[in-house]
Design a protein around this ligand. Structure first.
Ligand SMILES: Cc1cc2nc3c(=O)[nH]c(=O)nc-3n(C[C@H](O)[C@H](O)[C@H](O)COP(=O)(O)OP(=O)(O)OC[C@H]3O[C@@H](n4cnc5c(N)ncnc54)[C@H](O)[C@@H]3O)c2cc1C
Ligand code: FES
Length: 279
């Protein structure tokens, strides 16, 4: 990452805006400087700091396919001041961007292994780029199971992507909604209840998890009970961030800085502090 792109936001233009659900939208961005845009590289699981001029800056995962360089894709849920401001933008508007930041998913360590990708809510966002990465290199990885849970069936975004992934070789897709109506053909209940339906032996698999912390804790308990080696469980963590440079301390989990040591951690690295109030 160049110093300019890590410390000072550069201008990016919104070239696409997609409304995914009433409160979730995707922005396709292109850096305004063509040389900076073509030099920009990221790894799945990394994030950018997106700056809404005059309002504030927030960390957002990069959803795009790392092999595509036409646009940088970010999917955002409206929760507060800055995300509400981004929601009001349209194609042609400009924002600031710094990044990419952080340690992404351990792609070298999981090469050749079976992979379970377990996500809740918008936790699916940091895993989309992994799915893109793996599907471009399908022969280099083992079987894949993609498990996604939402609170209400209407919260599910990217239905067409799940259909496309389900059609890939050795790829299983299972969806769950806590609350669903008659048109929902998937599981009604918690996403963790789907773990028993994974079509391969979890003892040798690696698992990538992202979602609300209670969901991640329940997943870890179930995965360990199912024989997953805890060193094979990888978690993408969210914390309030300011600098993204390991300097302000806003994002700390004990000695770890989520912005630079994470956001992806191996479970044993943060086990003692996971789910503990104050961390
Ligand atoms: C590494 C990383 C990747 C992220 N990726 C995405 C993404 O792809 N898409 C997306 O929509 N969001 C993502 N987030 C969360 C996003 O950064 C926050 O939703 C955003 O900062 C909220 O800003 P706001 O000003 O709109 O809300 P605020 O007004 O700051 O807060 C609104 C509410 O959200 C809570 N909140 C704020 N930030 C966080 C946080 N980081 N974690 C949990 N609760 C929070 C606050 O406590 C408050 O209740 C990510 C966060 C991190 C750390
Ligand atoms: S956000 Fe400042 S130290 Fe991580």
């Amino acid at each position: 990452m160049s110093a300019a792109l890590s410390r000072v936001p550069v201008a990016a233009e919104i070239i696409r805006r997609t409304q995914e659900s009433p409160s979730v939208f995707t922005l396709g961005l292109r850096l305004c400087d063509p040389a900076q845009h073509s030099a920009y590289r990221f790894m799945p699981g990394q994030f950018n700091m997106l700056y809404l001029y005059g309002v504030g800056e927030i960390p957002i995962s990069i959803v795009s396919d790392p092999d595509r360089d036409d646009e940088l894709e970010h999917t955002i849920r409206v929760v507060g001041r800055v995300t509400r401001g981004f929601d009001a933008l349209k194609v042609g508007d400009r924002i600031g961007i710094r990044g990419p930041f952080g340690r992404g998913w351990p792609l070298e360590q999981v090469r050749g292994k079976d992979l379970l990708l377990l996500t809740g809510g918008l936790g699916c966002a940091p895993l989309v780029s992994v799915i893109n990465y793996v599907t471009q290199r399908r022969a280099e990885f083992g079987r894949i199971a993609i498990l996604q849970g939402v609170k209400h069936m209407d919260d599910l975004i990217w239905r067409d992507r799940y259909d496309q992934w389900a059609a890939l070789p050795d790829t299983q897709v299972l969806l769950a909604a806590d609350v669903a109506g008659a048109s929902w053909s998937w599981h009604v209940g918690l996403v963790t209840e789907l773990i028993d339906q994974v079509a391969f032996d979890l003892n040798n698999a690696h698992v990538m998890v992202c979602g609300p912390e209670p969901m991640m804790l329940a997943s870890i308990r179930k995965l360990c009970d199912s024989g997953v080696d805890e060193k094979h469980i990888w978690l993408s963590m969210e914390r309030n961030m300011q600098c993204a440079l390991g300097q302000c301390g806003h994002c700390q989990i004990g000695p770890h800085f989520v912005c630079k040591d994470g956001p992806v951690f191996c479970y044993p690295e943060i086990r003692e502090r996971l789910g503990v109030k104050g961390f």
